[in-house]
Design a protein around this ligand. Structure first.
Ligand code: ASP
Ligand code: MG
Length: 421
């Protein structure tokens, strides 16, 4: 027996009946003989509601005050869940991030955790108590409240599991695990029993919204076994996320994901000289803008210029264009084009390493469905194609069936459809 960390998201805590239900899941784990630390998100859509309140007061609210505001959501959950556990006759105590000592860097709204104090947690666990910790929030060395970015309580849970050397971190949510693709788009999508950190990281980044990518990254670095499972179907096993070396790989492709939150930008006729690409991306990096896919065209001899195309998050578009206007002048480039009608469709799988032919199967399948590819990028375990937004749904369906990812069962569908369907 050891320490188990459980994390419950907003939908699992949406009202007091659901909180009582969560208390039962916590107690079940405690009765298995484990020490239990629970991390919670804010109830239901509380965080969205708080963001809305702030927007009614200010278009550009102060980030420190935003963290002050948003961190209150989780504090409501810890107190109510602790009361619900106590009502069942078990000893429990709630702690916020300052009380635990979840130390972050001094950055508001997207802080990273740098240290977690474990003395107090271990002492309380030794007394036999269940601990309920506020996710998503942290505190700086000098006592300022920070938050980790939207969806960040997954990361809180994994970081606490890593620091306590927990035997497992279970992420409870409203879906039954990680699927081969979004079951709302492909009804016979299969639940994956096991997926590697590496694959999950790619799936999380390319639009499978089950887990916060930083949570998966942290789990990978500290080798924390993760499990995603449903709060509402405790009898189901969910999906285990573990190191790639610990699993047997049977399929080339594990999953298909789509991301429609990016825009493509092309900067045309950049002189073909050393240092120019560096200049473009250095300026973006200085403004903290992450670039995803990048393609530099082949410089034809007679022109001696390149086109550089890349994608950024749609929220960074305005900033990116401001920066590029200056870069364009400095480098004497000709034009800047923006294309926001794009979706990035990706196939992911640790099994594609060293197996040629997967990329061509993907391109042929898209071609057969009459889907044009606008840009391609690859990594060892992922191939992504940019397509038009209104082709995204068809692309996912076609790729899911090409790589034979379907099951005989129809998955249960929850939530709103993705915006591109
Ligand atoms: N409550 C925060 C959010 O809604 C953190 C989380 O749920 O993980 O983004
Ligand atoms: Mg969440």
């Amino acid at each position: 027996m050891g320490i188990v960390v459980q994390k419950f998201g907003g939908t699992s805590l949406a009202d007091t009946d659901k909180i009582k239900n969560v208390a039962k899941a916590v107690i079940k784990e405690k009765n298995n003989g484990n020490d239990v630390v629970v991390i919670v998100s804010a109830m239901g859509h509380t965080t969205d509601y708080l963001v809305k309140l702030s927007s009614e007061i200010s278009k550009n609210p102060n980030k420190r005050e935003m963290d002050m505001l948003l961190s209150t959501g989780e504090q409501v959950s810890i107190a109510l869940l602790t009361m619900a556990i106590q009502e069942e006759g078990y000893e429990a105590i709630s702690l916020n991030a300052s009380q635990v000592g979840i130390i972050t860097e001094k950055v508001h709204s997207t802080a990273r955790i740098i240290d977690i104090k474990t003395d107090k947690l271990n002492k309380i666990l030794n007394e036999g108590k269940i601990i309920v910790v506020a996710g998503f929030q942290g505190v700086t060395e000098d006592g300022e409240i920070t938050t980790l970015g939207r969806g960040g309580s997954d990361t809180s849970a994994v970081a606490i599991a890593a620091s306590l050397k927990a035997q497992r971190c279970d992420i409870y949510t409203d879906v039954e695990g990680v699927y081969t693709t979004d079951p709302r788009i492909v009804p016979n999508a299969s639940r994956l029993e096991i997926v590697s950190y590496e694959e999950m990281l790619e799936l999380a980044r390319t639009g499978a919204n089950v887990l916060h990518p930083r949570a998966v990254e942290t789990a990978k670095v500290y080798n924390v076994p993760l499990r995603v499972r449903s709060t509402f179907k405790l009898e189901n096993l969910g999906t285990y996320i573990i190191g790639v070396n610990e699993m047997e790989i049977s399929k080339n492709v594990t999953g298909v994901a789509a991301d429609t939150t990016q825009v493509r930008i092309v900067i045309c006729d950049v002189p073909d000289q050393p240092g120019n690409a560096g200049k473009v991306f250095e300026k973006l990096a200085q403004s903290n803008i992450s670039v995803d896919m990048i393609i530099q065209s082949y410089a034809r001899h007679n022109l001696n210029t390149n086109d550089i195309a890349f994608t950024v998050d749609e929220n960074d578009l305005k900033n990116t264009l401001e920066i590029l206007e200056n870069v364009k002048k400095e480098l004497n480039a000709s034009n800047i084009f923006v294309d926001d009608d794009i979706a990035k469709v990706s196939i992911v799988g640790a099994g594609m390493i060293d197996r040629p032919g997967i990329a061509s199967s993907m391109f042929n399948a898209l071609a057969k469905a009459n889907i044009n590819i606008k840009m391609i990028s690859t990594s060892e375990i992922k191939i992504s194609c940019l397509v038009n937004k209104n082709d995204a749904k068809k692309a996912i369906q076609v790729l899911h069936s090409t790589f034979e990812l379907g099951s005989d069962e129809i998955a249960e569908v929850k939530g709103d459809l993705p915006n591109f369907v």
